[in-house]
Design a protein around this ligand. Structure first.
Ligand SMILES: C[S@@+](CC[C@H](N)C(=O)[O-])C[C@H]1O[C@@H](n2cnc3c(N)ncnc32)[C@H](O)[C@@H]1O
Length: 213
C-alpha cells in the first residue's frame, strides 16, 4: 500500500488538483456548530482538504507517504503533518474531531476495523468523526477479482471495499451514529481529466459509555 501511494505521489504529485472535496465544507460546518477545535485528518495526502480545514481549526494530518508529506508541507504550512500509519497510531493527544476522506475503503476487513478502533481511541469522549468511503453504487463496484465480500481488486495493485449503507453503519457500532448519507463527487485530476465517484458518508459521535472489547 505504502509503495503504491509513494509511486503515485512521485509521478503525479497533486493527483486531484488544488481544490478540496466538497465534503470538507459539510465537515467544517458540523465542527463549527459543535465548537470543535482540535481536528485529526487520517490519510491527509498532500493536504488539499487540510488546507481548507486549517483555516478554521487546529489540524494535524497523518500520512504514510513521505512524498505526499513533502508536498503537503509546501501546500498547507498551517497543518502539522505526521508521518505514520493509521494502522499503528502512536498519538500524544486526543482530538475533538476527525475528518477522514476516502481512506477506509482502501483496506481489507480486519484492517478497516483496526482503523475505526484507532480513530475511536484518538477521539475525545463526545468527539465527532466524519468519514467518507466508496459506495456500492460507484461504477467501479464489482470490477476485477473479489478478494473479500464487497472488496475488489478493481485496478492493478489496488483494492477497494464498496460499502452499502448497512455495512458502513456496522463498521461504527461502537459509536453513536448521528448521520449517514450519500455524496456524488467530481474528481478532477492534475492532467485535466475528470471522473464522477459515488460516496457514502457517516457522522458519528464517540461515546465512551459504549463498551468496546
Ligand atoms: C485516496 S487517498 C486520499 C488522500 C486525501 N484524503 C485527499 O483526498 O486528497 C488515500 C490517502 O491515504 C494515504 N494512506 C494509505 N494508507 C495509509 C496508512 N496506513 N496510514 C496513513 N495514510 C495512509 C495514502 O498515501 C493517500 O494519501
Amino acid at each position: 500500500m505504502q509503495a503504491y501511494w509513494e509511486k503515485r505521489f512521485e509521478s503525479e504529485e497533486k493527483i486531484w488538483g488544488d481544490k478540496p472535496s466538497n465534503s470538507v465544507y459539510k465537515a467544517i460546518s458540523l465542527f463549527n456548530q459543535n465548537h470543535l477545535n482540535r481536528i485529526l485528518v487520517p490519510g491527509a495526502g498532500y493536504g488539499r482538504n487540510t488546507k481548507e480545514l486549517s483555516k478554521h481549526f487546529h489540524v494535524d494530518g497523518i500520512e504514510i507517504s513521505s512524498h505526499a508529506i513533502r508536498l503537503a508541507q509546501e501546500f498547507d504550512s498551517t497543518t502539522t503533518f505526521i508521518h505514520d500509519s493509521v494502522l499503528d497510531l502512536k498519538l500524544d493527544e486526543q482530538y475533538e474531531g476527525i475528518y477522514c476522506y476516502n481512506l477506509l475503503h482502501l483496506f481489507m476487513q480486519e484492517e478497516r476495523h483496526l482503523i475505526v478502533d484507532n480513530c475511536k481511541k484518538a477521539l475525545k469522549d463526545n468527539g465527532i468523526a466524519f468519514f467518507t468511503v466508496f459506495s456500492d453504487k460507484d461504477h467501479n463496484n464489482k470490477q476485477g477479482l473479489e478478494v473479500e465480500p464487497g472488496t475488489y481488486e478493481y485496478k492493478q495493485d489496488k483494492i477497494a471495499h464498496f460499502f452499502t449503507e448497512q455495512d458502513l453503519r456496522d463498521h461504527f457500532v461502537h459509536f453513536k451514529i448521528v448521520d449517514c448519507g450519500e455524496l456524488k463527487e467530481q474528481l478532477s485530476y492534475h492532467n485535466q481529466s475528470h471522473t464522477f465517484i459515488e460516496l457514502r458518508y457517516i457522522v458519528v459521535r464517540a461515546n465512551n459509555s459504549i463498551y468496546i472489547e
